[in-house]
Ligand binder design. Structure first.
Ligand code: C2O
Ligand code: CU
Ligand code: CU
Length: 486
C-alpha cells in the first residue's frame, strides 16, 4: 500500500504554479509567496520576481532520510533534489554556489539555451572545497518553456556527486503554460532518482559498477519512496518527469491510464501524443498529461523492467526484477467538471538544411588505459575526454547533421550541451513526432541522426554519454563553436 506522506513532505511534491490542491485541502501557493524578496536557504521552491532570481545554493552532505537509504546524501540547500527554480524568458539568474563538499564541484544547466562561457553554463569552471562562485546569466527572451536540470559536472566525480544526491530543477515558463487546458491542469515536477541502499557503498564504486554505470535499488520520486499524487475525477494532471539518475533507464507506465506526451527535453511538441509507456534515459525529461477518467481508486506509477540491451544482459544489472516497482501512487480524490485535453500545443519548426554531416562513434576499449588508469576507457571516435583538446569545431550560424553510433555492448544516452536538436532518423521502430531533444538514448548497436543549429552562442562546450560513470570514464568530447556573438 501507499506510504502516506506527512504534510511537510507532500508540500515538496505539490510544486505547481497553478495552485495545487492537497489532499488536506491546503494550497501550495503560500510556499511561493513566502520565498519572495528574501532568499530563504531552505525553500523548496524559488520563483523570480521583477525579472530576477537570486539565490544561494549550498552543496553539502547531510544525514540521509530515505528509509533503508544511504547514511549520507549530497544536498543543495539541505535537499535532494534541491529547490525548484522557476523563471521567465528574459529573467536574470544569479546563483551563488557554495561548495561544502570535500571535493571540487560546479553547476551545469542541462538543456538551457544559454552561453557555455563565462559565468553562465560553463562546465570548465571548478569550485574548490570550501570555495564559492556566482553563476550569472540571462534566460533568452525567446527561450522555450520547459523543465531543465541542474547538476554538478565536475569531470571525474560527476557520477559520484549525482548518484550521491545532487540534482535540481528549473522551470522556464512560457506559451505552453498559457494554453488554457494546460493552465487548468495540476502540475507536479517528479524527479526520478535511484539511491544506493544503506548497506551499499555510496562512495566511488570501482570496476564493473562504474563500467556499467551505478544503479541503486531505492527508486525515489522527489527524494521520497512511493509518494502519493492526488487526482480529481475529471481532473487533469501534468506530470513533469526528469530522470536524474546516474545510469538507470526508466520504462514508465501508469496503471489503468494512458499518458499524453506534451513536451520532450527542450520544450513542447505540436500536439499531444498518446503513450502507453514512456522510456526515460538519464538526463531526459518528458511532460505528460494524465486524465482522471478511471474508476475512483489508487493506481501506481510503475517502473517496468527495462529491456536490457541484447548483449550480455548488461545495463540490466541492479534493476529490480519482476513485474515492476511502484514509484508513486496516484489516488483519486474529489471530482471536478471534466477538463479537456488541449488540441494543439506549440508548433516545432523544421530545422534549416544541414551544411555538413559528422559521425560520432561511442564505445569503450577494454584493457586500454582510461583517464583514470582503471584499465578501461570510454571513447568517442577512439578518443577519451581531454579538456584541453577540441574534438569538433563548428561555425556559429551553421546547421549540421550528426550521426551518433553506439558501437558498444552497453546503452549510451548521448547528450549535447547548449543547443537542443531534433532527431531526423533513428533505428527506433516508432516514428516520433518532431521534438526538441538534448539527450537521445542509443541502445547497444543502434544509431541515430540528429540535426542541430549553432545559432546564438559561440564558445567551448561538450557532448557526452549521460550515463555519468561513462562520462567520468572518458565518454565525452569538446565542441568549439566558432564565431562572434551578434
Ligand atoms: Cu546533464 Cu553534460 O549533462
Ligand atoms: Cu547537459
Ligand atoms: Cu554510456
Amino acid at each position: 500500500m501507499t506510504t502516506r506522506l506527512h504534510r511537510r513532505q507532500f508540500l515538496f511534491l505539490g510544486m505547481g504554479s497553478i495552485a495545487t490542491v492537497l489532499a488536506g485541502g491546503a494550497v501550495v501557493r503560500s510556499m511561493q509567496s513566502s520565498s519572495r524578496g528574501s532568499r530563504p536557504a531552505g525553500a523548496a521552491r524559488l520563483s523570480s520576481s521583477a525579472g530576477e532570481l537570486e539565490l544561494d545554493l549550498v552543496a553539502e552532505a547531510r544525514a540521509g532520510t530515505i528509509p533503508g537509504g544511504p547514511a549520507k546524501v549530497l544536498t543543495y540547500n539541505g535537499r535532494s533534489p534541491g529547490p525548484l527554480l522557476e523563471v521567465n524568458p528574459g529573467d536574470r539568474v544569479l546563483i551563488h554556489l557554495q561548495n561544502r563538499l570535500n571535493q571540487p564541484t560546479n553547476l551545469h544547466f542541462h538543456g538551457l539555451h544559454i552561453p557555455p562561457t563565462g559565468s553562465a553554463d560553463n562546465v570548465f569552471l571548478h569550485v574548490a572545497p570550501g570555495g564559492s562562485t556566482t553563476y550569472d546569466f540571462t534566460i533568452p527572451s525567446n527561450h522555450q518553456a520547459g523543465l531543465f536540470y541542474l547538476h554538478p559536472h565536475q569531470h571525474g566525480v560527476s557520477a559520484d556527486q549525482v548518484f550521491g544526491g545532487l540534482a535540481g530543477t528549473l522551470i522556464v515558463r512560457g506559451a505552453l503554460d498559457r494554453i488554457p487546458e494546460m493552465a487548468a491542469a495540476s502540475e507536479h515536477v517528479l524527479v526520478l532518482k535511484d539511491f544506493a541502499s544503506g548497506s551499499g557503498n555510496p562512495g566511488s564504486a570501482m570496476g564493473m559498477g562504474r563500467m556499467l554505470g551505478r544503479e541503486g535499488p531505492l527508486l525515489t520520486v522527489n527524494g521520497a519512496l512511493n509518494p502519493e499524487l492526488s487526482i480529481a475525477s475529471g481532473g487533469l494532471l501534468r506530470l513533469r518527469l526528469l530522470n536524474a539518475s546516474n545510469a538507470r533507464i526508466y520504462r514508465l507506465a501508469l496503471e489503468g491510464h494512458t499518458m499524453q506526451l506534451i513536451a520532450t527535453d527542450g520544450g513542447a511538441i505540436a500536439k499531444p501524443e498518446l503513450l502507453e509507456e514512456l522510456l526515460l534515459a538519464p538526463g531526459e525529461r518528458a511532460d505528460v498529461l494524465v486524465q482522471g477518467n478511471q474508476r475512483v481508486g489508487s493506481y501506481s506509477l510503475q517502473a517496468l523492467p527495462s529491456q536490457p540491451s541484447g548483449h550480455m544482459g548488461m545495463g540490466a544489472m541492479g534493476s529490480p526484477a519482476g513485474s515492476g516497482s511502484t514509484l508513486a501512487t496516484l489516488r483519486y480524490s474529489g471530482a471536478v467538471k471534466p477538463l479537456a485535453l488541449p488540441m494543439a500545443l506549440i508548433p516545432v519548426p523544421e530545422m534549416p538544411a544541414p551544411e555538413r554531416t559528422r559521425r560520432f562513434v561511442m564505445g569503450h576499449a577494454m584493457g586500454g588505459m582510461g583517464s583514470h588508469g582503471m584499465g578501461m576507457g570510454f571513447q568517442i571516435n577512439g578518443a577519451s575526454f581531454d579538456p584541453n583538446r577540441i574534438d569538433t569545431r563548428v561555425e556559429l550560424g551553421s546547421t549540421e547533421d550528426w550521426v551518433i553510433v553506439n558501437n558498444d555492448v552497453m546503452d549510451h544516452p548521448f547528450h549535447l550541451h547548449t543547443n537542443s536538436f531534433q532527431i531526423v532518423n533513428s533505428s527506433e521502430q516508432r516514428p516520433a513526432p518532431r521534438a526538441w531533444k538534448d539527450t537521445i538514448l542509443l541502445r547497444a548497436g543502434q544509431e541515430a541522426t540528429i540535426r542541430v543549429s549553432f545559432q546564438d552562442f559561440p564558445g567551448r562546450t561538450v557532448y557526452h554519454c549521460h550515463n555519468l560513470d561513462h562520462e567520468d570514464l572518458g565518454l565525452m568530447g569538446v565542441l568549439q563553436i566558432d564565431g562572434k556573438p551578434s
